[in-house]
Design a protein around this ligand. Sequence first.
Ligand SMILES: Nc1ncnc2c1ncn2[C@@H]1O[C@H](COP(=O)(O)OP(=O)(O)OP(=O)(O)O)[C@@H](O)[C@H]1O
Length: 306
Amino acid sequence: MDEPVVSIRGVAKRFGAFTALGGVDLDVRRGEIFALLGPNGAGKTTLISIVAGLLRASAGTVRVLGRDVVADYRYTRRHVGLVPQEINFDPFFTVEEALRIQAGYFGVTLAPERLEEILVALDLVAKRHVNARALSGGMKRRLLIGKALVHAPEVLFLDEPTAGVDVELRQQLWRYVRTLQSRGTTIVLTTHYLEEAEELADRVGIIDRGRLLLVEDKAEVLRRYAKKTLRATLAAPLAAVPPALAGMGARLEDGGRILAIDAEPGASFGRAVAAVAAAGLAVEDVETQRMRLEDVFVTLLRSDRS
Ligand SMILES: Nc1ncnc2c1ncn2[C@@H]1O[C@H](COP(=O)(O)OP(=O)(O)OP(=O)(O)O)[C@@H](O)[C@H]1O
């Protein structure tokens, strides 16, 4: 297999007596979208900042494209793009100037077609000559993303890229993130919008209190942890669940009109459907629902903390 694009080994970070990261091991694969999920204060930004070379680890090593982020800072920084969580740019420049200046920091001249592409993707064409201070919060965040892209980084870190961005534009950004991925960019994102991770990520990592609880393919996480529920709409309401179905944990909802049955992750509904038929129930409609990544996330965190 390819060498990982980012390789994190035993990374710890202490702030005084407080341990923000307690020994993290993680490999990010070439070309993937990796979503780092965790509650407030879990250590996501700390980890990303260490990988991007903005913060020194107290222990452990990080390699980006095979090079150590401390010893080879200039090289690794050159290949990393970081969209920070906090908006922190000089408000006196226009959007276009801010992008050109940022490219200059990396010794790159921003080609006109690249500038256009970034402005279009981030919906900032109409604001290109506007001072950054006159942008709305969501526009400022989009400019931050643009700034992280000017030097065409191989690895892009997005720390809550769509916080405060409206729904329509969020979807547009998702499409652009996928375009970047299709061109070979590796993307690591943190987000509190679990639907964002569900939509974009190939793999997810869940971090809590400075420890990684799980790193797994997203599809596998859902397969392994997401319960399913089958809801059968009955032709006539029931007063009580038939005994054979009660033994499977079936319950009534909506005044007895709906019979709901849960299946453990990975299990099928074959037996439940057969039991409904055997009970002689007339079924008008059937719906199945699977837990979303958000529910899985909450369940996993709860079980870690209990
Ligand atoms: N410079 C610092 N000095 C002291 N403590 C810090 C510092 N930076 C971060 N921390 C602490 O480290 C922990 C992890 O913070 P971090 O910003 O990495 O969390 P996060 O997972 O990104 O959270 P959020 O989702 O809220 O952005 C928090 O408890 C935070 O208070």
